[in-house]
Design a protein around this ligand. Sequence first.
Ligand code: ZN
Length: 385
Amino acid sequence: MANSKNEAASLREILSYEPSGELVVSMYLLVDGLRVTKTDYLTTLNSMIASSREELESNPNLEKAQKKKLLNVVEDIKKYVNDNFRPYSTKTLLVYASDSGLWKVLRLPVIMKSKIIIDPKPHTQSIRTILQNYKRYGILLLDREKAQIYSMYFGEIREYLAAFISDVPPKVNLRRQAVLREKKLLSRMEEKLHHFFKLVNDKTLELFRGGKFDYLILAGKKEILSNFANYMHSYLQPIRIGSIEAEPDSSKSLIQEKAQKIIDKFETEYKNDLVDKLFDEHNPNRLGVVGIEAVIGALLIEQIKTLIYDRQFIKEGYICSGCHYLTIRDKTSCPYCGGKLVFYNDIVDEVVEDALSQGCEIVDIGENERLRKAGNIGAVLRYKL
Ligand SMILES: [Zn+2]
């Protein structure tokens, strides 16, 4: 599995990359198990590499040595995908690489078009939009003495945000203490706990205000969490989406697995609400469209605010080789530029890609009968049609 902490750091590094004059290879590969098999994506990769090689070899602006280096970089990517990569729940694999040692692998939870781009800097337009779209979850793990907070997004714990330790004394054998001392000690412990919870609340609020997460999951023993809930700031209360049983020193994979269940439930509700709104409010008020043709129509005039589609939806269609016009109908030529229309087995990733490049919110839906019956795809619009 990818190292999550490194991945968050990789992302930051890529987004703030300063061009050094050297060329960078950015490779997107659609690996979504619902759409493609390993054989499929390896075939796609091989043909992308073949056309990159052709382009490089015929590029008059590159020196021979430079071309050779870039071809080696592309071969390294191929070797990695062949030998070391496993998709798990990843939908698109993204690799950034250069001859001078840049090597970053990102796993994206969104379907994107496979492509190789060789430019003086990493291709980041789409991941910027995805990052804006994706909700970040803070997980606050808490007991009487320690607390830790992580951020989780894209289905994995990505960042370790903070840790706190209280100076509450360890539990003593109360039976040995005199009654009075017992009481004193207890109240001292309660006071320390009070300070500790206040500190944790303050720091958590600070992280939330700093944009480190959008929603919060608490983790710990029930009685501790209900006690801590009394300390939670009024800004934190409404973003708390659930609790899990875990300890600050529980394994990351256990925390992740339990938190993911809360997140899945929360996101499913959010998404189903969105579908209901599309059908009950937006569409009747001409602020929404349903079905692939209406969606493409809205996409071509850059009207889409939120694109909503069934995760398994696949649709054949045509794309203009000249102006990138999209259609599901077999026409003799592009109605805009007269260019040649090329057949694609699936144009949904193209639709998502175009929507991403227009800065739209992208929402993929699991099981929703209402959306399925209406053609698996719809969109909320920026303005009334
Ligand atoms: Zn065209």
